[in-house]
Design a binder for this molecule. Structure first.
Ligand code: FAD
Ligand code: UDP
Length: 377
């Protein structure tokens, strides 16, 4: 075998794994079907603004080792995510905190906010939440649910909140202090030079082929491993694409959720919306949020870029942005996992290979752990 690893996908998982393996003296080739590296965290510089091509990406973590790791490849700024929610003509701070409650009910103290929420929870009479709607009402009360959660969530997932699992909403913090910082993690920020530069640094000195789809590039060898048309051989595959697609959907299709991004350059505008992220929480507005990219790096550049994010039904061939981790899909994923465990030449990684709603820090952690297991460390 003239390569140790063929790594499919130049996203964050592929890049971290390739970096670690190369550092340990292994020979890696990374292939990527898109025409660029960095996967969904790809940023492109235009008019002096780093445009997040696949949606807003804010790095945040409580994992000290992961923070130490990523800061070796990029200088992070001190951006703190504080999205604003727009419901019809009303603006609210997110995550749900005293600023949100004060605006919603014209109250002033945590005791008043808690009393209001408790009153609404009691009125709803939910003891054990069975779905996202019940979970949300029993967490934040009916007003917050109806104005800030219901419309957004139903647009985002294309399903009624009564049909969605409650874990989705558990990501959303609720707090009784005047604090608009979305994330609780001690570390947060955006790479000053963009995520693409960070991933490029991870991949420095490693062979990468873009515009290269795995299926057209390599095939399994009878004796184990893979080979390409030029006769190169690879002892192992690290696959960060969809696990069900890899196995030709032989056990059935996993479900995903897609997105459509509409990006607009406004040359005459300096500050379109005054914040990096504004969520549109009413059902009637077809997009979930508008991102104004320059605010991730505190302004600068010429004009401004804004992106509207439209949730979309996923069909084969579309970008599978989100795995849909409900019970049915998780069961099917387990069956694919069992198949993968018998497959000694393939390691699955990342959001699609592991079919998990992973944030970036969890992807870095998974890649480091996968590499360590591989290296027997
Ligand atoms: P990917 O980035 O998807 O990389 C996989 C790569 O493999 C892709 O480039 C793909 O083209 C390539 N590939 C797949 N199949 C093949 C094939 N057959 N042949 C060749 N190449 C192939 N995380 C945060 O921490 N903070 C955030 O604020 C945040 N915001 C997000 C917003 C949105 C809209 C989305 C969708 C995700 C967000 N995330 C966020 C999550 C973050 O994007 C992921 O954690 C991360 O990008 C996953 O990296 P990955 O390497 O697993 O996957
Ligand atoms: N959510 C919501 N209202 C909002 C923002 C989020 O109801 O204004 C819900 C929605 O169900 C979403 C989940 O919270 O899917 C997680 O949101 P987050 O922004 O953390 O997820 P992301 O889409 O960035 O991964």
């Amino acid at each position: 075998m003239n390569y140790d690893y063929l790594i499919v996908g130049a996203g964050l998982f592929g890049a971290v794994f390739a970096h670690e393996a190369t550092k340990a003296g292994k020979k890696c080739l990374v292939i990527e079907k898109r025409n660029h590296i960095a996967g969904n965290i790809y940023t492109e510089e235009s008019h002096g603004i780093a445009v997040h091509k696949y949606g807003a990406h804010i790095f945040h973590t409580s994992d000290e080792e992961v923070w130490e790791y990523v800061t070796k490849f990029a200088d992070f700024n001190h951006y703190v995510n504080s999205p604003v929610a727009r419901y019809k003509d009303e603006l609210y701070n997110l995550p749900f905190n005293m600023n949100t409650f004060a605006k919603m009910w014209n109250i002033k103290t945590p005791a008043e906010a808690k009393a209001k929420i408790a009153e609404q929870i009691a009125e709803a009479g939910i003891t054990e939440p069975k779905n996202l709607e019940e979970q949300a009402i029993s967490l934040a009360g009916r007003d917050v649910y109806e104005k800030l959660i219901k419309g957004y969530t139903e647009k985002q997932w294309g399903k009624s909140c009564t049909e969605l699992p409650s874990f989705i909403i558990k990501r959303l913090p609720l707090r009784f202090v005047f604090d608009n910082n979305y994330f609780k993690d001690p570390h947060q920020g955006i790479p000053k030079e963009g995520y693409t530069a960070m991933v490029a640094k991870m991949l420095d000195g490693i062979e990468v082929l873009c515009d290269t789809e795995f299926r057209a590039y390599a095939e399994p060898l009878a004796e184990g491993g893979y080979k390409n048309a030029q006769g190169d051989t690879f002892a192992k595959l690290v696959y960060t694409g969809m696990i069900d697609e890899f196995y030709d959907y032989r056990l059935g299709e996993l479900e995903y959720r897609s997105l459509r991004f509409e990006t607009e350059y406004l040359p005459e505008e300096d500050n379109y919306q005054g914040n990096a992220v504004i969520n549109y929480t009413e059902r009637e507005v077809p997009y979930t949020r508008i991102i104004e990219h320059k605010h991730f790096t505190f302004g600068g550049g010429e004009g401004t870029y804004v992106t509207r994010e439209y949730p979309a039904t996923w069909q084969k061939g579309d970008e599978p942005y989100y795995p849909m981790n409900n019970d049915k899909n998780n069961e099917l994923y387990k069956a694919y996992r069992a198949l993968a465990e018998e497959d000694r030449d393939v390691i699955f990684g990342g959001r699609l290979g592991m079919y998990q709603y992973f944030d970036m820090d969890k992807v870095v952690r998974a890649a480091l752990d996968t590499w360590r297991a591989e290296a027997g460390q």
